[in-house]
Ligand binder design. Structure first.
Ligand code: NAD
Length: 348
C-alpha cells in the first residue's frame, strides 16, 4: 500500500466552518454490524444534514441498500451511499463521499475472534490507514472517530501518520464511550439510582482487545458509584473491562457488541457535533495527550469545541485501589501504544 499522505497540506486555521444547514457525516464500514445501527442513529441526529454510507462491494449488504433504506426515514438528513471495489484504492475514489465531512466515523475492520493481537493490528490498521489517507486528502479538517480494534494501538498509529503528514493528530480520536456507558448502566442496576444522575469516568485505554486490562472505572468520582462497597466496586470494574466478552458469549460467538457500540459512538458523535456548532460538550475519548505519566495517548474526559478537541481533563483524585489499577493499566497501554507507533514507523 503506497503512502498517500505525501503532499497533503496543513489545513488553514484548523477550524471547520459550521455549515448553516447542518453537518455532513460519513460512516466508513456503514454496512457492517456496528455500521448499520450507527448510520440509523446518525440519520436521526438533528445536527446531521448529509450522511455518507461507505463500505466495500463485498459487504454482506450493499451500502446502496442501507442508503436507500435510511433515505425513506422522514428526517431532513440526505443519505448517499458509496461502495468500493476492493481492487480500487479508497484514496482515489472517496472524493465525493468524504468532501465536506465534519465527522468521519470508522467501524470498519475485521473482528478479533481467533486472531492474535498482532495479526488483528496488521489487518485493521491497514484498513484504517486506507480510510485515514482518504480523509487526509478530502476532509483534513474533519474529526475521525475510530472504532477499530485494537484501539489502543490503531489510534496512536493513525495519529502518528497524520502528524507525519503535517496534519493535526488530535483529529484522530478513539471512541471509548462504550466503557463509560457500561459503567453507568452497571452502577444504575446495582443501586437503582436514576441513570441520568450517574457519570462514572473510565480512564486509561479501551477495554477491547488489549495487552491487558487497560480501562479503569473510577467509581470514587461518581456520587452514586462511590456508595457501592469497595469489594463490589472491584467486581463491577472487572465487569466493565470484560463486558465485550459477555456480549460475544451471549451471541454465541456469532457477533460482538454492535448495538451498544453504535449507541456509544452516536453519543460521541453528538458531543463532537455539538462542540463544532459552538456548544462546548464533554465526552470521554482516547486521544494524544500528556495528562498521564508514561503514555502519550490516554482516554479521559475531553471538552469538544468549535475546533474539535479543546481540553483533555486530568484524571483527578484516585483511591489507593484505583491508583494501583491505573499504574498496572498504564503498563499495558504503553505496550499497545508502542505497537501502534511501530506500525506507523514502518508504514510506507
Ligand atoms: P462487521 O464485520 O460486521 O463490519 C465491518 C464492516 O467494515 C464490513 O461491512 C466490511 O465490509 C467493512 N470494511 C472492511 N474493510 C473496509 C474498508 N477498507 N473500507 C470500508 N469498509 C470496510 O464488524 P463489526 O462488528 O461492525 O466491527 C467493526 C470493527 O469494530 C472491527 O474492527 C471490530 O474490531 C470493532 N469492534 C469494536 C468494538 C468495540 O467495543 N469497540 C466492538 C465490536 C467491534
Amino acid at each position: 500500500m503506497g503512502n498517500c499522505f505525501e503532499g497533503v497540506s496543513r489545513p488553514g486555521d484548523g477550524r471547520p466552518k459550521t455549515p448553516t444547514q447542518g453537518f455532513k457525516v460519513c460512516v466508513c464500514g456503514g454496512a457492517g454490524g456496528i455500521g448499520q445501527p450507527l448510520c440509523l442513529l446518525m440519520a436521526l441526529d438533528p445536527r446531521v444534514w448529509e450522511l455518507s454510507v461507505y463500505d466495500l462491494t463485498i459487504a454482506m449488504v450493499p451500502a446502496e441498500g442501507i442508503g436507500a433504506d435510511l433515505g425513506h426515514i422522514e428526517r431532513k438528513c440526505k443519505v448517499k451511499a458509496y461502495s468500493l471495489d476492493t481492487t480500487q484504492k479508497p484514496v482515489d475514489h472517496l472524493q465525493e463521499c468524504l468532501s465536506g465531512c465534519s465527522l468521519v466515523l470508522v467501524p470498519a475492520g475485521v473482528p478479533s475472534k481467533g486472531r492474535s493481537k498482532s495479526d488483528l493490528l496488521k489487518i485493521n490498521a491497514n484498513i484504517a490507514k486506507s480510510i485515514v489517507e482518504a480523509c487526509a486528502k478530502f476532509c483534513p479538517d474533519a474529526i475521525v472517530g475510530l472504532i477499530v480494534n485494537p484501539m489502543n494501538s490503531v489510534v496512536p498509529a493513525m495519529a502518528k501518520l497524520y502528524e507525519k503528514a503535517g496534519l493535526d493528530p488530535l483529529k484522530i480520536i478513539g471512541i471509548t464511550t462504550l466503557d463509560v456507558v457500561r459503567a453507568n448502566k452497571f452502577v444504575h442496576e446495582e443501586t437503582g439510582a436514576p441513570i441520568e444522575t450517574i457519570r462514572v469516568p473510565v480512564v486509561g485505554g479501551y477495554s477491547g482487545t488489549a495487552s491487558g486490562p487497560s480501562a479503569v472505572s473510577l467509581f470514587s468520582q461518581d456520587s452514586v458509584g462511590k456508595s457501592i462497597p469497595e469489594k463490589r466496586q472491584i467486581e463491577l470494574r472487572a465487569r466493565v473491562q470484560d463486558a465485550g466478552n459477555e456480549v460475544v458469549d451471549a451471541k454465541k460467538g456469532k457477533g460482538s457488541a454492535t448495538l451498544s457500540m453504535a449507541y456509544a459512538a452516536s453519543r460521541f458523535a453528538s458531543a463532537v457535533l455539538a462542540g463544532l456548532s459552538g456548544v462546548r460538550t464533554v465526552e470521554t475519548a482516547f486521544v494524544k495527550c500528556s495528562i498521564h505519566p508514561g503514555v502519550d495517548f490516554f482516554s479521559s474526559r475531553v471538552t469538544f469545541g468549535p475546533s474539535g478537541v479543546e481540553h483533555v481533563h486530568p484524571v483527578g483524585n484516585l483511591t489507593a485501589a484505583e491508583k494501583s489499577l491505573l499504574d498496572e493499566a498504564t503498563k499495558y497501554l504503553a505496550e499497545d501504544i508502542r505497537d501502534g507507533l511501530i506500525y506507523a514507523q514502518n508504514a510506507d
